[in-house]
Design a protein around this ligand. Sequence first.
Ligand SMILES: Nc1nc2c(c(=O)[nH]1)N[C@H]1C(S)=C(S)[C@@H](COP(=O)(O)OP(=O)(O)OC[C@H]3O[C@@H](n4cnc5c(=O)[nH]c(N)nc54)[C@H](O)[C@@H]3O)O[C@H]1N2
Ligand SMILES: Nc1nc2c(c(=O)[nH]1)N[C@H]1C(S)=C(S)[C@@H](COP(=O)(O)OP(=O)(O)OC[C@H]3O[C@@H](n4cnc5c(=O)[nH]c(N)nc54)[C@H](O)[C@@H]3O)O[C@H]1N2
Ligand code: SF4
Ligand SMILES: [Mo]
Length: 676
Amino acid sequence: MSGEHVIRTTCPRDCYDSCGIAAVRRGDGSLKVLGDPAHPVSRGALCGKCALAYNGVFRDPGARLSTPLRRSGPKGSGAFEAVTWDAALAEIAERLRAIARDPGAHAIVHTHYTGTCSLLAGEFPMRFFHRLGATEVEPDTICNNAGHVALDYVYGSSALGFDPKSAAHARCIVVWGANPSHSAPHMHKHWLRETPAKVVVIDPIRHESAQSADLHLQPFPGSDAALAFALMHVARREGLVDHAFVRARVLGWDELEPLVEPCTPQWGERVTGVPAALIEEAAVLYARGPSLLWLGQGLQRQPRGGNIMRACAALPAITGNLCKRGAGFLYVNGAGPRRIDGGYLTAAHLRRGPDSSLSHMDLAARLADPERTRALVSWNMNVAASGPRQEALRAALRRADLFTVVIDLFQTDTADFADIVLPAASFLEFDDLVVPYFHLHLSAQVKVEDPPGQALPNQEIFRRLARAMGYGEPELHESDRDVIDALLERTGLGIDFETLRTQGTVDPWDEPVVQFAGGGFPTPSGRIELASAAAQADGHPRTPQPFADPHPGNGRLRLLSPASKWQLNDSYGNDANVIRARGEPTVHLHPADLRALDLRDGGYAELANETGRLVLRVAASDAVPPGTALAHKGVWPKLAARGANVNALNPGEKTDMGESTSVHGTEVHIRPAPER
Ligand SMILES: Nc1nc2c(c(=O)[nH]1)N[C@H]1C(S)=C(S)[C@@H](COP(=O)(O)OP(=O)(O)OC[C@H]3O[C@@H](n4cnc5c(=O)[nH]c(N)nc54)[C@H](O)[C@@H]3O)O[C@H]1N2
Ligand SMILES: Nc1nc2c(c(=O)[nH]1)N[C@H]1C(S)=C(S)[C@@H](COP(=O)(O)OP(=O)(O)OC[C@H]3O[C@@H](n4cnc5c(=O)[nH]c(N)nc54)[C@H](O)[C@@H]3O)O[C@H]1N2
Ligand code: SF4
Ligand SMILES: [Mo]
């Protein structure tokens, strides 16, 4: 259309799709953020939530933070006054320097995660924290660390997954503990629908991707290791173990096989709830292959999530569904295969003092302890909404002597507890690189418009803070353009930013990349380790075990709180149109549980356990199995009744591996509540 100007960019949210965006500036100066028709995954559409938020709250100067703020009332009251950047940074620098002198920079805790996953805004600030010597809250402990640790034991890496293009050669795709219809909407719409392969979904919830699958196995939450053993039992019984592959590439099948032997489909049905006939059918389909196995992140957010991931990860190994076309498994694809130099990006060599970190499961306790923690810097994260033990965390954040800095686009629940709030620019407001974690693409993030007021990209904020601290290391002051150019140069892929900017997204490989094509694995033995001495040395069994969690007792239900269709984690929880589309915070329950608990569809229920309580609207749903409750994550506490979201119920128990979240293992009592 005449007078239209289109800029291509990429959505940098923590989402499997990494959609291409076309930002269209019309002749009248107005801007519309749309999907890029040329993008291979999203093909011209954004998801519903981003279509609203990128034309809504993200670009609403009234909703965005636009100037640094200094607390002017009691901690947590939300009373702030505007200050200049110079004043804000000088105060932060003075406070952090004093703590670094005594008792030491380890008493400065910083927390960050998925606000934006573009490389510079997501990782460059680590250079500052390395130089400072602060304590990092290990980001993955709130999301997927159990799976990372487990897959490291088995394959030596958790970040070298299949190339989704391999689906062209697959006969079966298993989606295990992921919900693409919410968390990867374009993969759901195109990839899973257009594949010639049979699709098997394994999930307690009959979500849209489960409904459209060829087979849906519905295990009770936390019983997947047992299910994996029953599937292996059938593969073995049917002569579908790939002995040549096992001999050449696998260590420990001799130790695992005796454990698999008694795990019949009938046993599997008893402990997982999945009918034996379905176990048989899925096992044969998968084992015959070639098969792809998508190991979702919901799968391992269980008390024994590490064991679950090790058990599921044994399937490709024993059936030889690896190292060949159309086969493989995927948890996440790291930046490594795109040859991104992470060490350069985060300047790990600047690290001062011991490398100290802690789990999100311990954050509330650490922040409550004045002996150990004097300051908190929270950036790219709304931890007061996303973290466990919400009430305890809020109590700790109220500590008057905990100097707190929050960097965000919006005045979040976390920002309400800050001493200083700094306004961040959004991904539409600066250039960056995006490395999708499902596809093996490389994408450009391109500036579309200026930030509101004085907002700045994360990386510029930390450059300025480094200057205010008197840090002279050149790494802390490298410009965006220099970092982008150096990163692309180091990939050796021959792609410069100008090319990337015009194309939006490039796929550096014409043919599907075969996972572990060379047949070597970065484990201690160089083989796939079904039996792992490293795991044993860390206090785990040498092999995965056929465990299933006991069903909750005392009339409790298992509460799952996975990805919502209408929010991206906590993001967009303050967009009026998103809130309208999402509706009131709701718990979905099977009609039989509704009757047993004396609840009314459309009424209200109180969910409670030893950690907290929460009132939610009730919806009857036969997509949810009896004994399980479903309440999606991401509601902004301060915009909800009683100022809490589902994490008020999350006890913050650690998984068996990686000190990670077992949030989907939460148990609750549910009873009728008169009203909100
Ligand atoms: N109950 C329950 N809780 C969960 C989960 C669950 O399944 N159930 N899932 C967990 C998982 S998997 C994750 S990953 C975490 C995610 O938790 P968070 O990281 O807290 O969630 P996000 O919404 O991704 O991002 C947080 C903030 O980053 C801000 N932001 C966006 N762009 C920028 C930027 O460029 N700069 C800055 N400084 N800020 C920006 C957003 O406005 C938002 O407030 O939540 C966890 N919490
Ligand atoms: N729309 C949207 N997209 C998102 C996000 C979002 O909040 N909203 N968050 C992003 C982030 S940070 C992440 S980590 C990913 C997460 O996305 P996914 O990998 O899809 O993980 P979850 O949404 O936590 O859970 C997925 C499924 O796991 C199931 N599940 C729970 N417990 C078990 C179990 O014991 N066994 C089995 N088999 N299944 C189980 C849940 O029922 C749920 O359907 O999504 C990303 N994409
Ligand atoms: S959140 Fe995911 S589905 Fe939505 S626009 Fe971004 S990348 Fe696409
Ligand atoms: Mo996540």
